[in-house]
Design a protein around this ligand. Structure first.
Ligand SMILES: C[S@@+](CC[C@H](N)C(=O)[O-])C[C@H]1O[C@@H](n2cnc3c(N)ncnc32)[C@H](O)[C@@H]1O
Length: 271
């Protein structure tokens, strides 16, 4: 197990506006590159599982195999467990735990997965080493992370440029890497993996419904989540700045032809 357990700051926090956005994720829209490995009977660990919507999808795919969802936040783990009950998924367990020190013997899982987690860590390479330890020989470690500087949008809205700049500064102040997507291959190699298959896939917000949804998510997060708390605490923005950026998100969301593209890096690394 990893001797080092950095006390990382999770940039997004678990405000309702954040968790609601994460809970909309599915295996299909967020982990399609992993689905071919989720065969019936496989045992899966989903690290940094958040509210567990992807984890429950995994459980349905691998039944009668078992899925374990792990997150550092006990609060979000309780929400994930409630979701499993609500969906009637009974081959999944949720527990609090830390990616740097997984409480499992070596070679426990066929698939060890982390979605949008490495970008928040001060030592993603140590996390990947620990994920590898928990994976069976011949099993896989699968990770997917957004690449913030790779995001693009239309129309040009100056407040969204300010949002990007602020997000980068907050995440870097936390010792994290918001442009994680492009670094996944490099991190996997540094963690000792030799068989690394890269891919990428996008999230796109370009229909009226998608635009309103994405604008609401970030319009709220900018004002009320840990993003706002940290921006103020670190002296990187004022409340007026945050209000202006939030209004910019809503202005983008009310366009008829707006586009917001989020590229994600993906890696399947053979343990
Ligand atoms: C962006 S969310 C992604 C949640 C989920 N994987 C999804 O995509 O919906 C990142 C999650 O990683 C968790 N996390 C951050 N650092 C962690 C650590 N050191 N160990 C375990 N979980 C961690 C956070 O609590 C948060 O729930």
């Amino acid at each position: 197990m990893s001797a080092q357990q950095p006390d990382d700051v999770y940039t997004h926090g678990h405000h309702e506006s954040v968790v609601r956005a994460h809970a909309a994720r599915t295996a299909e829209n967020s982990a399609a590159f992993v689905i071919p490995y989720l065969t019936p009977g496989a045992n899966v660990l989903d690290v940094g599982c958040g509210p567990g919507s992807i984890t429950c999808d995994f459980a349905e795919l691998v039944a009668p195999g078992r899925v374990t969802g792990l997150d550092r936040s006990a609060d979000v783990i309780a929400q994930a467990a409630a979701l499993a009950v609500e969906r009637g998924v009974d081959n999944v367990d949720f527990a609090a735990g830390n990616i740097y020190d997984l409480d499992f013997p070596d070679e426990s899982f066929d698939v060890v997965h982390a979605h949008q987690v490495l970008q928040h860590l001060t030592d993603p390479v140590a996390a990947l080493r620990e994920m590898r330890r928990a994976a069976k020989a011949g099993g896989i470690v699968a990770v997917r992370d957004a690449d913030f500087h790779g995001m693009s949008w239309y129309p040009a809205i100056p407040e969204l440029d300010d949002w990007m700049e602020l997000y980068q500064r907050i995440a870097r102040r936390n010792g994290a890497e918001p442009d994680a997507g492009r670094r996944l291959v490099s991190w996997a190699q540094a963690a000792g993996f030799t068989d690394v298959a890269p891919s990428s896939s996008n999230w796109l917000y370009a229909t009226g419904h998608e635009r309103r949804w994405q604008a609401r998510v970030w319009g709220e997060r900018v004002l009320h989540s840990s993003f706002a708390d940290q921006a103020l605490e670190y002296g990187l923005a004022s409340e007026a700045d945050l209000a202006r950026i939030s209004a910019g998100w809503h202005r983008w969301g009310s366009t008829d032809d707006g586009w917001f593209l989020i590229p994600n890096g993906e890696v399947i690394a053979r343990a």
